[in-house]
Design a protein around this ligand. Structure first.
Ligand code: NAP
Ligand code: ZN
Length: 352
């Protein structure tokens, strides 16, 4: 066991402060990394403030962070994919049972014995897992990803959650050239969704509540932008979409988007407001529309996504912050005031 520096919260209403946490010494299958950058996901905020108390209550102290890139500092004797000095990355998962049908299918995110990167029972040290708002982490090799050398590291960190969470449903639902694809909510996830839909060749339409984001949406790859509060703009797209990805973190009207789907169109929810949202059954019956959800993506698909980003020279648009600005960053996240992901420069933790 060794001590690592971290930023943690003590309760749903306390600010982040610097802290020391324990990490395990790397075992035979483990990779130890120095963390260089960690993205700030809206899930971190939901979890730090116990907004998912019904589904996943938060255990305090809580150290979030699941968009991690860094450099390998130590490897266990059985590790084959990494050596000291390599770039490496960790996303939302750090363990699963490896033997169930989900794991065998490369869908570790659906394993019933999954361990998430933070706020999940820690099989090694007891207590709960601690995430990437820290200077170091130890993770089983299977859950460590390779970072392509051409990617900017601060911008690559958000790919580990915002990237895979938007890439995976687009691949699953067949987003390609010739399809009309909508992305709802231009935040951390949404802006990656726009980049992927565009790179996959789809006609890409952004739905935003923020008129200030229209130009950015076009720059990020949207072909059209709709201000979702304007009913006339919405009505023009009725019945026309093959696929819509909804990445909104708060309650909103899903039926307004279901009505925009064409026959056999699908609306996939990746945003995770805890409250149930009403869905009009008639909106589904007509045109045989479907409504579904999606959770991050498996390890093999996460590596595929990173390699896709490498080939297309894609990373997140980030605002790099020192960790001392974390509390302010959370407030800005709540105001949809981030372009389009905060990425923490972990070197700043050394001054604590
Ligand atoms: P974010 O950066 O805060 O972006 C959310 C965006 O939603 C905002 O930028 C805003 O876009 C829009 N929005 C916010 N409040 C709204 C409201 N009241 N009505 C309509 N639109 C609103 O958040 P994020 O990090 O992208 O995460 C988004 C959600 O996905 C969170 O709930 C997070 O927990 C969840 N998530 C799920 C998974 C998964 O595996 N399913 C993985 C990661 C995150 P505009 O300004 O363009 O309207
Ligand atoms: Zn996330």
């Amino acid at each position: 066991m060794y001590q690592a520096k971290a930023y943690s919260v003590a309760s749903a209403t306390s600010p982040f402060h610097s802290a020391t946490i324990e990490r395990r010494d790397p075992g035979a299958d483990d990779v130890q990394m120095e963390i260089l950058f960690c993205g700030v996901c809206h899930s971190d905020l939901h979890q730090a403030r116990n907004e998912w108390s019904g589904m996943m209550p938060t255990v305090y102290p809580c150290v979030p962070g699941h968009e991690i890139v860094g450099r390998v500092t130590k490897v266990g004797s059985a590790v084959t994919k990494f050596k000291v000095g390599d770039l490496a990355a960790v996303g939302c998962m750090v363990d699963s049972d490896g033997v169930c049908p989900e794991c065998k299918a490369g869908l570790e995110q659906f394993c019933s014995n999954l361990t998430l990167t933070y706020n999940f029972p820690d099989q090694h040290l007891g207590g709960v897992t601690y995430g990437g708002y820290s200077d170091s982490i130890v993770v089983k090799e299977h859950f460590v990803l390779r970072v392509p050398a051409n990617l900017d590291l601060a911008g690559a960190a958000p790919l580990l959650c915002a990237g895979i969470t938007t890439y995976s449903p687009m691949r699953h639902w067949g987003v390609t050239k010739g399809k009309k694809v909508g992305v709802v909510g231009l935040g951390g996830l949404g802006h990656m969704g726009v980049k992927f839909a565009h790179a996959l060749g789809a006609h890409t339409v952004v739905f935003t509540t923020s008129s200030s984001k229209v130009e950015d949406a076009l720059r990020l790859g949207a072909d059209e932008v709709v201000l979702s509060k304007d009913a006339n703009q919405m009505a023009k797209h009725a019945g026309s979409f093959d696929f819509i990805l909804d990445a909104v973190a708060a309650p909103h009207d899903l039926n307004a988007y279901l009505n925009l789907l064409a026959r056999d169109g699908n609306l996939t929810m990746v945003g995770a407001p805890e409250q149930p949202l009403p869905v009009s059954v008639f909106g589904l019956l007509f045109r045989r529309r479907s409504f579904s959800g999606s959770l991050i993506g498996g390890i093999a698909e996460t590596q595929e996504m990173l390699d896709f980003c490498s080939a297309h020279n894609l990373v997140a648009d980030v605002e790099v912050i020192p960790i001392q600005k974390l509390n302010e960053a959370y407030e800005r996240l709540l105001r949809s005031d981030v372009k389009y992901r905060f990425s923490i420069d972990m070197a700043s933790l050394q001054s604590e």
